[in-house]
Design a protein around this ligand. Structure first.
Ligand code: C2E
Ligand code: MG
Ligand code: MG
Length: 389
């Protein structure tokens, strides 16, 4: 079929036949088309389509042969739509949505084949299958994550954060762990990203916050003189919720936790919507809570925004700390610590793994360190033991 701006058919003219290879889909601008499929050698009417409907899009979507013949009932005007136009959009779509669409399509084709008694003309689409399998895997994981929350299979681990000058254990960062019955420990890098794709991150966030409050409550009871803070990570969707800080406060009150013991961590790549973050910081401060900028140096590091956002803490990403031996990296870390000091922010160095790096950070005047050298993420029991040691 030559690609034209519009195609005109006269009554009785065939647009394409069952078994043809697909090249184009069509939007019906005017007129009526009839869809038929052969059954026992005779054409069987499947339906009529008129203005506003798409026709021939199925074969274009899943790259199968035409499963029906389309004939003009009256004079028709059609706009051809090149398969690439669909293919690009389909490729850009959420893989789960794509899997749902292709699964529906294949079910329709099977039903049609059963109905007409013909072989289903479904393309093998091997690449699509691997992709669908991945998408279905995601859906499965998402269901399991929901039930993990119900069964309290998600746990928080508390990674110690040390005040460098005094060597004192100042607080912790809550990191979420999911021990999956079959997959073992699933990294937050995997399941948090999955939860962030949908609103599932909201209940996950609430769950983590509740666990953090429970831990703080226990620490208050069992190690009352220590008063460490616990920092927890929030995601984009949570930040976008205008009631987010109010929700945090409600949880805090329910567990009788002091706001000064909670710290919100916002990863740098989220600081795109400047006014949203500004509002969040303002509300957190009014409530007596601090806010940290996480993974500094990895996202956009937009200094134009940074000077307007009153973060209490800047966490330098572990990528910089790991390369502290490189003079250029050292220069960046020194400059960030200087800048943070001038802005009235504390600095936490993330990913501190060696005594040399800790010593270097101390010389640079960095206030806090977090990393394997200080301590791995601990269970709440072990965190309590570390506090009272
Ligand atoms: P993050 O907030 O930057 O947390 C620090 C990550 O670095 C953690 O990885 C931690 O285990 C790891 N880490 C700490 N010290 C060292 C070190 O010395 N060396 C090395 N190589 N790694 C170190 P983890 O636990 O895998 O978490 C990954 C990310 O997942 C976190 O990065 C955070 O962005 C996100 N995340 C974790 N829990 C939650 C959560 O409850 N909610 C949200 N929204 N995100 C979370
Ligand atoms: Mg963090
Ligand atoms: Mg970080």
């Amino acid at each position: 079929m030559p690609t034209a701006y519009r195609i005109e058919l006269e009554a009785g003219e065939v647009l394409f036949r069952e078994g043809d290879a697909p090249t184009t889909a069509f939007l019906i601008e005017s007129g009526t088309l009839r869809i038929t499929a052969e059954r026992d050698g005779a054409p069987m009417r499947l339906g009529d389509l008129s203005a506003g409907a798409l026709v021939g899009e199925m074969a274009v979507l899943d790259d199968s042969h035409r499963s029906a013949t389309v004939t003009a009932v009256s004079a028709c005007v059609l706009t051809p739509i090149d398969r690439a136009q669909f293919a690009e959009r389909l490729q850009a779509a959420d893989p789960v949505v794509r899997a749902l669409l292709l699964s529906q399509l294949s079910r329709y084709r099977t039903a049609l084949a059963t109905f007409t008694g013909n072989d289903p003309m479904v393309a093998a689409a091997a690449a699509g299958d691997a992709e669908s399998a991945h998408a279905l895997d995601k859906i499965r994981l998402e269901s399991q994550l929901r039930s993990a929350m119900e069964n309290r299979e998600l746990e928080i681990r508390l990674q110690p954060i040390q005040h460098i000058a005094s060597g004192r254990l100042a607080g912790f960062e809550a990191l979420t762990r999911w021990t999956h019955p079959e997959r073992g420990v699933v990294s937050p890098a995997d399941f948090i990203a999955l939860a962030e794709e949908t609103s599932l991150i909201v209940p996950v966030g609430e769950y983590v916050l509740r666990e953090v409050c429970i831990a703080l409550r226990r620490i208050g009871e069992e190690a009352p003189h220590t008063r460490p803070f616990i920092a927890f990570n929030v995601s984009g969707r949570q930040v976008g919720d205008s009631e987010y800080v109010a929700r945090v406060l409600a949880q805090m009150r329910a567990h009788a936790v002091a706001p000064a013991q909670l710290k919100i961590e916002i990863t740098e790549s989220l600081v795109l919507d400047y006014s949203q973050i500004a509002t969040l910081i303002e509300r957190a401060h009014t409530a007596g809570m601090q806010v940290a900028l996480d993974d500094f140096g990895t996202g956009y590091s937009n200094l134009g925004h940074l000077h307007k956002l009153a973060f209490d803490t800047i966490k330098i990403d572990q990528g910089f700390i790991r390369q502290l031996d490189d003079p250029r990296c050292l220069a960046i870390v020194r400059a960030v610590i200087g800048m943070a000091g001038a802005l009235g922010c504390d600095v936490v160095a993330e990913g501190v793994e060696t005594p040399e790096h800790l010593a270097q950070l101390k010389i640079l005047g960095c206030q806090y360190a977090q990393g394997w050298l200080i301590g791995k993420p601990l269970t709440v029991d072990d965190a309590l033991a570390a506090l009272t040691r």
